[in-house]
Design a protein around this ligand. Structure first.
Ligand SMILES: [Zn+2]
Length: 209
């Protein structure tokens, strides 16, 4: 039986006016055709009795599961999108990272605590790349009296998940011992000796090498 025929018969079927043979045909069709079943349901406001109750329940359950799965997929998509955006942002941060690093881009702390000189650099919203080396400081007689670490700040990389503070520590062995950190920024060169800032040279007017 075709859908339109069934639908023509459904009002009569609902009023129990159709013949036994028609009923069988209609019910056979309703079992296999969801559209007509829905049509019948909307018309009468009831689920056709010919449907086993479990089927209806299963159908509703299935629909619920589909909805849940859709929501889970959406959540996963959002998470992936956020991760991708974060990654992209980090990547952009790396690629637009500046080689022009100013003192003000970094929060500096230094000092001397229990004979240990310390230096901490906290780049504001990014991380730093250095080029550095340590040399020995000798007195006029050639005796080693300390170390000097030169840190040339090469790059400031910004990004959402890019953040790294870095620190150095050095024990001051004896009164004459010197521990020096020379920090070369694009605008200034700072010299920190035994936890104290001893010089701040303006280098912004000098040509960069
Ligand atoms: Zn149909």
């Amino acid at each position: 039986m075709k859908c339109d025929v069934v639908r023509d018969l459904l009002p009569s079927y609902a009023d129990r006016l159709t013949s036994g043979e028609s009923n069988r045909e209609i019910e056979k069709h309703l079992k296999t055709c969801e559209h007509c079943r829905q049509y019948y349901q909307e018309m009468t406001g009831e689920v056709p009795e010919i449907l086993p109750k479990a089927d209806v329940k299963d159908a509703a359950l299935l629909a619920g599961m589909k909805k849940k799965r859709k929501r889970a997929l959406l959540a996963a998509a959002i998470v992936i999108f956020i991760l991708a955006a974060g990654g992209l942002w980090t990547f952009i941060g790396y690629s637009v990272g500046s080689s022009n690093v100013l003192v003000e881009d970094v929060k500096l702390s230094y000092g001397l605590k229990d004979n240990v000189a310390y230096l901490t650099l906290e780049p504001k919203g990014g991380e730093l790349e250095f080029d550095g080396f340590t040399e020995k400081i000798k007195d006029s007689s050639g005796n080693i009296i300390g170390t000097r670490t030169r840190l040339k700040v090469q790059r400031f990389r910004k990004g959402l998940f890019v953040e790294g503070s870095m620190g150095w520590e050095s024990e001051i062995e004896g009164d004459d011992h010197i521990c020096e950190w020379v920090l070369e920024f694009s605008d200034k060169t700072l010299t920190i000796r035994n936890g104290e800032l001893i010089s701040e040279k303006d280098t912004s007017s000098l040509p960069q090498d």
